[in-house]
Design a protein around this ligand. Structure first.
Ligand SMILES: [Zn+2]
Ligand SMILES: [Zn+2]
Length: 734
């Protein structure tokens, strides 16, 4: 291929080719109520149709660009075209995605289908019209939670005739957000039943390890998995690219962004249409600029960045120019990967592992739609990235993550029990929709009163309005843009002190913001756009108390426990650090109160034999600390989360165990199942972490093995060799 000579040198860590696959087709169903505009379906689209006709809930989990949208639209649009009284609800995780889908539905022009968006931007005077007139209503889970379900009286006709609920991008509903959405969907099922309907749920997801489990967790009822991807695929070359090692002792590598611009410029010079995904807007801008510097002015004009601030019109324009071949190289933040509607690309470059194999696959899925494609991952210095460079099979062969959530986490569930009681009295019949856990929590939720009709809401306000779906804590802080007053996001109290303290650099959808002020009383952080080249890292003191061991087992030759802990953290200072080389500019003290939250954790107590030779302080502590960090770095291999979702603590003697102990806990109050996944996979987790440490070329530990960008101790006292000794012994006793 035209790129063959580029894929050479020490930077090429691995190369493979995934074979082409031809389409498996299936006939269109007989007697469709509308003209689909295609002659035949892919087999998985037909399977989805057949399952829908049998009345089943289903989840379609095929690859990028495999026609998932048609798979769920076919039964929905047929039902609407056939009987205009039928209604369908489409849920999208973001407004932008709902807009894209609304446009696509309108373009299909199916007779008698009247689609409309109903979200926070829908003008008040139009809302009644949408409820009355539209039969395909596109919204988001937040709106369903706070705007639709609590006012179900206004939605009586929609709920009564609700035939289908589409949940697209279902893999996004994991962790805390997913745990909330699972409860919102249960409330929707219950109210539909109150109004006499039993809607079918049609889910679509990126490829994940556990689609059936995810659908079941989200809905509370089983769903048929449609997974056999029958769409054609061109041959695709995959390259893992590791920036050259500049200083083996320190583990220092050449700049990821520099490597990205080098590859991008060379591909573009060969007229190959390429998209390059990076993690922040800053990185996108740098790659764009550095690539331009490597090209003549003619070719340079055929590059463009693609970013969150663009209007839909500007985005369409870039997409159009790319399709027309006017543009050759586009750089985008990976926050946008879901919303990009660009076909026909030759190459896709991912700059740094995007956090999950599922989203890496989604990015790579853009390459090779015209023919043989090239997909590249350029490794960052992060431990997980470097692990993949040395163990490519663990990235390419073995696993896609499981998307996990826990709808019964009381920190999440209680708010929905209150909201459900507000919507209609809760009684024993609601077990089938709300679930057993909801009925068990009802007596413990303040402001619920038991009546002869069941549990009712006795508070004065809307309980749903108290809870934001994207946070585990009712006690959340808002992040406000100082110039416009608009809310950028919300941060749980437990995280606010370490991420939006005074002077913090806060990253949101790839944009950098500087926190001007964190107001603890008003519970908001005021931020302004930030263009500097430094970032911040909080220093905090952490302690844990064991609340309740839930599972105790002898594993890897030691006592391993999964259970509930409470974590107390106090942010005491922060450091400003250069983006370029991580050097410290300044350390600034902070005066913030401690916060305590309960969550789930795994913890282990190494035996004396496993610690032989490591007992002396400070070696003991620094070995445990290094083991904790590197294990945290690899946990995302099993659970779909990133290291920012996980916390840890290691101590030479813990008051509850009386011995050296390592804790790894779910960073979200209440926990969402991440720690338990680690408990279940403990042997593999320990073995792979030992392999990570063993394979890292650095001498004494580096950002690619034991150092962590989120360490509350600022990576002080880490002993790589001690951690390797301990983990190897643990693994051998497994
Ligand atoms: Zn290292
Ligand atoms: Zn640490």
């Amino acid at each position: 291929m035209t790129w063959d000579d580029l894929l050479a040198g020490e930077e090429l860590a691995y190369r493979t080719t995934e074979p082409a696959r031809s389409a498996r087709l299936a006939p269109l169903p007989d007697g469709l109520a509308f003209d689909v505009g295609v002659e035949a379906l892919y087999a998985h689209q037909r399977e989805a149709w057949d399952a829908a006709q049998r009345g089943e809930h289903l989840i379609v989990t095929t690859g990028t660009a495999s026609g998932k949208t048609l798979a769920f639209n076919l039964p929905v649009l047929d039902a609407l075209a056939r009987e205009p009284k039928n209604r369908a609800l489409y849920l999208y995780p973001s407004k932008a995605l709902a807009q894209d889908q609304a446009r696509a539905l309108a373009e299909l022009g199916v007779p008698r289908v009247r689609s409309a968006i109903y979200d926070g931007d829908t003008p008040q005077e139009r809302r009644g019209q949408v409820r009355k007139w539209a039969n395909a209503i596109l919204t988001n889970p937040d709106m369903l939670h706070v705007g639709i379900l609590p006012r179900h009286d206004l939605w009586a006709d929609v709920l009564h005739n609700l035939r289908y609920v589409v949940v697209d991008e279902a893999h996004v509903y994991r962790g805390v957000f997913g745990s909330h959405v699972a409860n919102v969907l249960r409330r929707l099922r219950r109210l539909a039943r109150v109004y006499g309907s039993e809607p079918q749920f049609l889910l679509a997801s990126a490829t994940i390890a556990n689609p059936g489990e995810l659908a079941h967790s989200l809905l509370g009822v089983p769903a048929t998995v449609i997974g056999g991807d029958a769409a054609p695929r061109a041959e695709r070359t995959i390259a893992l690219w590791n920036p050259p090692l500049l200083d083996p002792e320190l583990g220092l590598r050449a700049s990821t962004l520099g490597e990205a611009s080098l590859l991008l410029s060379r591909l573009v010079q060969r007229e190959l249409r390429t998209i390059c995904f990076a993690k922040s807007r800053k990185a996108v801008e740098l790659i764009h600029r550095m690539t331009g510097d490597r090209l003549d002015s003619e070719t340079k004009r055929r590059l463009a960045p693609y970013r969150a601030g663009y209007t839909p019109q500007q985005r369409r324009d870039i997409e159009r120019r790319l399709v027309a071949g006017e543009l050759l190289g586009v750089t985008a933040t990976d926050a946008l990967e879901l919303g990009i509607d660009i076909g026909l690309l030759d190459c896709a470059i991912s700059v740094g592992f995007p956090g999950t194999v599922a989203s890496l696959r989604q990015q790579w899925g853009r390459a090779g739609r015209r023919g043989h494609g090239l997909a590249v991952l350029i490794a960052s210095e992060d431990a997980l990235d470097q692990y993949f460079m040395r163990e490519p099979e663990s990235l390419l062969g073995r696993r896609v993550e499981a998307a996990i959530l826990d709808h019964s986490n009381p920190r999440v569930l209680d708010a929905h029990v209150a909201a459900a009681a507000f919507e209609a009295p809760i009684d024993a019949d609601d077990r089938t929709t709300l679930g057993d856990a909801a009925l068990e929590r009802a007596p413990h939720v303040p402001e619920l009163r038991q009546t002869k009709n069941g549990w009712v809401w006795a508070g004065k306000d809307y309980p749903a309005a108290r809870t934001a779906l994207r946070s585990a804590s009712a006690d959340a802080f808002t992040v406000v843009d100082a110039s416009t007053g608009s809310v950028l996001g919300i941060v749980e109290r437990e995280r606010a002190y370490s991420t939006v303290h005074d002077g913090a650099v806060y990253l949101h959808l790839g944009e950098q913001w500087l926190v001007r002020e964190l107001d603890l009383t008003a519970r908001h952080a005021v931020v302004e756009p930030f263009g500097g080249d430094w970032y911040t890292q909080a220093k905090k003191e952490t302690s844990t108390d064991i609340e309740e061991p839930l599972r105790v087992e002898q594993r890897c030759g030691l006592q391993l426990t999964f259970g509930r802990v409470s974590v107390t953290e106090q942010v005491v200072a922060f450091q400003q650090k250069h983006v370029r080389d991580q050097s410290t500019i300044a350390t600034i003290p902070l005066d913030l109160p401690p916060t305590t939250f309960e969550t789930e954790a795994v913890w282990y107590v190494p035996t004396e034999r496993q610690l032989a030779g490591l007992e002396a302080m400070p070696l003991l502590l620094s070995s445990l600390h290094a083991a904790e960090h590197s294990m945290i770095a690899l946990l995302p291999l099993w659970a779909m989360c990133d290291r920012w979702d996980i916390g840890g603590l290691s101590t030479n003697v813990h008051p509850d165990t009386g011995a050296p102990t390592v804790f790894i806990y779910d960073g979200h109050p209440g926990g969402v199942g991440i720690a338990e996944r680690g408990f279940d996979q403990f042997e593999d987790w320990v073995a792979d972490t030992a392999r990570l440490l063993d394979g890292c070329p650095c001498e004494r530990g580096c950002p690619s093995c034991v150092q962590s960008p989120k360490c509350g101790n600022l990576n002080e006292y880490l002993d790589k060799a001690g951690a390797l000794t301990l983990l190897t012994r643990m693994s051998k006793s497994a």
